[in-house]
Design a binder for this molecule. Structure first.
Ligand code: SAJ
Length: 423
């Protein structure tokens, strides 16, 4: 008799909504974007449970932009974006708007779960006040609140919403029990109850800040080793032979996406507001944010090595999204690199097979036509497959490998100038 509402049908909410329905819960998927509503509506026929005893258990799936439907459900799960603004400050306006829309429909006995990534304290300082003020109900008594940070990894075919372990925190024991029971009925992986809401909020921030500092570590090594004539990739691969206590990360032209470059700022600002400076996290962010400019300078150096000033150079910028074979360009370093190259006076031709809207060329071949320099900014499979002939035959003289994804020795043997990130 539990009906579930999922508010926000993006890269987090949509897979969750589908998994909820496949688990047999009547589902109401809500989004302000009619396109997302239609997407769920068209997926609905496939969301029925596996046939059992030769009869399909038809699970009702409703997709709508009407928040009034929330009055009919037992649990509301909020999966909306939590970006940062241009000053890297957390932008909680979308979470707040979603909570306000839920609040005016909130019913006694309901459980509200926030999956959006937020810094510790946000559920208590933003989500609960919005829900209480808009409903006149009291959290922990009239309704329950929990936080279960999302862990979707876009493009990952191995780990998805059905098998990624989760952590859950709540305002009350009964809220925690309800949330854990719900997720255990939907997800085939460990559901770890946390002691408080803040602990659950901190888990997600910590796991992503952990990734950011590790990337910053190898990026700093790349900056250092490029002066020492040491191939940092070979060193990391060598260190990876150690079967314990080493976790390889790779240097690159920058850190993009809606998680890794964003989440640390949530903790940095929250801690600063409470009197503590995360110098280490801030330094890691500064190192990672320096990589796009470092990469643009490699392009400029390459042009100089073929006797051209930056302003005389043409660059094929290959890859505009933030991650291989993913169409998402949010916080992508490619945009910063493009700006740097244009500020240096270069002519920049862009191509990304996953992002036509950010491509000025229609193909790699077209982008490489008349280019002096080819810059790989995203290691899409189609780019990693490029070989020296692809460049030499187009008259390209310099290859800047922003993701260290090309065969350096083969390109050098073909007479190309190769510049990797730390190799
Ligand atoms: N990157 C590097 N070097 C690395 C790894 C990544 O420069 O060694 C860059 C990527 O090129 C990209 C950015 O960092 O621009 C982020 O890459 P990512 O692989 O971390 O991709 P995301 O942003 O999709 O991160 C997600 C996160 N998942 C969640 O937040 C639920 C993160 O926690 C995961 O660790 C990550 O996927 C993953 O492992 O793939």
């Amino acid at each position: 008799n539990e009906t579930i509402a999922v508010v926000g049908l993006g890269y987090v909410g949509m897979p969750l909504a589908e998994k909820v329905a496949k688990s047999g819960y009547p589902l109401i998927g809500i989004d302000i974007d009619e396109g997302k509503v239609q997407e769920l509506r068209s997926n609905a026929p496939h969301l029925n449970r596996e046939p059992s005893d030769n009869n399909w258990a038809k699970t009702p799936v409703t997709a709508s932009s009407d928040f009034d439907l929330i009055t009919e459900v037992s649990t509301v799960i909020i999966c909306v974006p939590t970006p940062v603004d241009e000053n890297k400050w957390p932008d909680l306006s979308i979470v707040e708007a979603a909570c306000t829309s839920v609040a005016s429909r909130l019913q006694r006995g309901q459980l509200v779960i926030l999956e959006s990534t937020v810094n510790p304290g946000v559920t208590e300082s933003v989500v609960i006040p919005a829900l209480e003020n808009g409903s006149g109900l009291i959290a922990g008594q009239d309704f329950q609140v929990a936080h279960c940070p999302e862990r979707i990894n876009p493009g990952d075919t191995k780990w998805d919403v059905s098998n990624i372990p989760r952590v859950v925190g709540s305002l009350s024991e009964s809220g925690l029990r309800r949330a854990v029971d719900f997720y255990e009925s939907v997800i085939e992986a460990e559901i770890r109850p946390m002691g408080t809401l803040k602990e659950a909020e901190a888990v997600k921030i910590v796991e992503n800040a952990f990734r950011d500092i590790n990337i910053a570590f190898v990026n700093e090594l790349a900056l250092s080793f490029s002066r020492l004539g040491i191939d940092v990739v070979k060193v990391i691969e060598g260190a990876s032979t150690k079967p314990f206590a080493f976790m390889p990360h790779m240097p690159g032209c920058g850190v993009g996406g809606h998680c890794i470059p964003v989440d640390p700022y949530y903790l940095i600002h929250y801690a600063k507001a409470n009197g503590f400076d995360h110098d280490f996290l801030s330094l890691a962010r500064r190192i990672n944010e320096r990589m796009p400019e470092f990469t643009a300078n490699l392009v400029s150096e390459g042009l100089n090595e073929i006797g051209k000033a930056a302003s005389q150079g043409t660059v094929a910028l290959l890859g505009m999204t933030y991650k291989p074979d993913v169409a998402d360009d949010r916080e992508s370093p490619s945009h910063i690199i493009q700006d740097c190259l244009m500020q240096m006076g270069m002519r920049v031709i862009t191509f990304d097979p996953h992002s036509p809207e950010h491509s000025s060329a229609a193909s790699v071949e077209e982008a490489l036509d008349h280019a002096d320099v080819a810059l790989i900014a995203t290691a899409h499979a189609s780019f990693a497959g490029l070989r020296s002939a692809d460049f030499v035959n187009k008259g390209v003289r310099v290859v800047v490998d922003g993701r260290n994804c090309l065969p350096k020795d083969e390109l050098l043997e073909a007479g190309l100038i190769y510049k990797g990130i730390g190799r």
